[in-house]
Design a protein around this ligand. Structure first.
Ligand code: NAD
Length: 455
């Protein structure tokens, strides 16, 4: 059967990138891990040397605060290259003996070929490099498509690739929309795998479009993440971390908390203290280092997020904080920006769209619960399963609850502490596959089992 490729004629940039990646593949895949590692480390150094200009560009392009870009986005992009440049040197393959058959088996891993990498707008360089670094470390050549909303830092990184020593054609960045460039990449027969981070809807579309080619897929999708707060939690730590987990990066992180379940005996106290802490967050000019909450990504997204507040109000929920968004005293140059107050909603039903849909903005819902059994059932009662947090000083309870949550990541008494060695990814509608040192190595290589009969 010949599989037609309708998009190739219409998207020349992807065609050109495929050709460049094909030409570069033999040379790049033949390099030793040590040689590839050296080039990747050099790129990490070069990005780090320009950290400030990358951070400024990321903040201006995305609306995030300069502090977040300086402390999180760019350092993590640097670390992605450093981490995978090191971890590729320590990967091993398997070997088993079968003495009674007189043979041994071992596995061999080889790069897959051309990797298609697609990333979203919320953590632009951070997530793009989280894919590029393991893919090239394993010997693949890549075509990476950043979000059309936030392509500036990807473009800046392009300029450093030659200087770092990447041969032409190893890393190809294609700028373009999802419907054109993204679709052409996903449905190109010569692109062997797709690593995608973005919405569940686009993920589902990618599954369909890539199905005729049986591509390897890694999909990191949306979330509707619960925080479960038991009465024995350390409330000081829990409140400041949960405000952060709800509103960091304007709530535009897939791992952000958007449903907070608080045990009945501490519910009222928690609400009061939580709202007090939220009110202290400073909203305004993203380039001001004292600002905690910057602008949302676009006018359309702001309208979508605000609409959820209206829906909650119409259902009879209580908006504890977040009103008065139009009367924000913003500096003149930000008056037309896409700003809103961090919003706290209470007295809301579990089946409300605000408790079920991924809003991906600075809105968090708080509700009370009675027992451990009840809260596990309710926390699991959404289609997503990406990340959860559990707050309790009872170690037994923490283990019990973590084990029963249908979630790819569970943080207990903390949030967002990551070890890149360990698997990252979601269950249910939050994704397919995992990424991390070993998982990415497995995803970005093909494995072959070889049997040697020796007697
Ligand atoms: P999106 O799905 O709209 O777009 C993501 C990327 O896919 C963009 O580069 C876009 O151009 C591309 N794209 C869009 N349509 C496409 C198509 N038909 N074919 C191929 N590519 C296409 O997502 P977004 O709005 O940019 O990002 C927000 C979403 O990303 C949220 O749902 C969030 O939860 C998710 N996200 C998930 C993780 C995770 O690790 N699980 C991390 C960050 C963001």
């Amino acid at each position: 059967m010949t599989i037609s490729h309708p998009c190739s004629k219409h998207y020349d940039s992807i065609e050109a990138a495929v050709k460049a990646a094909q030409n570069a593949f033999p040379g790049w895949s033949a390099k030793t891990p040590q040689e590839r590692s050296k080039i990747m480390s050099k790129l990490a150094d070069l990005i780090e040397e320009s950290l400030e200009s990358f951070a400024e560009a990321e903040s201006k392009d995305q609306g995030k605060t300069i502090t977040f870009a300086r402390m999180v986005d760019v350092p993590r992009a640097v670390y992605n290259f450093r981490f995978f440049s090191s971890s590729i040197l320590h990967q091993t393959t398997e070997c088993t003996q079968m003495d009674h058959m007189g043979c041994m088996h071992y596995t061999e891993r080889t790069p897959v070929g051309i990797a298609g990498l697609i990333s979203p707008w919320n953590l632009p360089l951070y997530l793009l490099t989280w894919k590029i670094a393991p893919a090239v470390a394993c010997g693949n050549t890549v075509i990476a498509k950043p979000s059309e909303m936030t392509s500036v830092t990807a473009w800046m990184m392009c300029k450093l690739l030659n200087k770092a020593g990447f041969p032409p054609g190893v890393v190809n960045i294609v700028l373009g929309s999802g419907l054109k460039a993204g679709d052409a990449l996903v449905s190109h027969p010569e692109v062997s795998l797709i690593s995608f981070t973005g919405s569940t809807l686009t993920g589902q579309h990618i599954i369909e479009r890539s199905a005729p080619y049986c591509k390897k897929l890694s999909l990191e999708l949306g979330g509707k993440n619960p925080a479960i707060i038991f009465e024995d939690a350390n409330l000081d730590e829990c409140i400041s971390a949960t405000v952060r987990s709800s509103f960091a990066n304007q709530g535009e992180i897939c791992l952000c908390t958007s449903r907070i379940f608080v045990q009945r005996s501490i519910y009222k106290d928690f609400l009061r203290r939580f709202v007090e802490a939220v009110k202290k967050w400073k909203i305004g000019d993203p380039s001001d280092p004292t600002v905690d909450l910057g602008a949302l990504i676009s006018k359309e997204h702001l309208a979508k997020v605000k609409n959820y507040i209206k829906k909650a109000e119409s259902e009879g929920a209580k908006i504890l904080y977040g009103e008065g968004i139009d009367s924000l005293a913003l500096p003149p140059r930000n008056q037309n920006g896409y700003f809103m107050l961090p919003t706290v909603i209470a007295e809301i039903a579990d089946d409300s769209c605000c408790m079920q849909d991924e809003i991906f903005g600075p809105i968090t819902c708080i509700t009370e619960f009675g027992t451990e059994e009840e809260v596990i059932r309710r926390a699991n009662g959404v289609k997503y399963g990406l990340a959860a947090t559990v707050w309790s000083s009872d170690v037994g309870r923490v283990h019990r609850v973590a084990k029963r949550l249908k979630s790819g990541l569970v943080w207990t008494n903390c949030w967002l502490i990551r070890d890149l060695n360990l698997p990252f990814g979601g269950m249910k509608a939050s994704g397919i596959g995992r990424e991390g040192a070993k998982d990415s190595y497995e995803f970005f290589t093909e494995v072959k089992t070889i049997t040697i009969k020796h007697t």
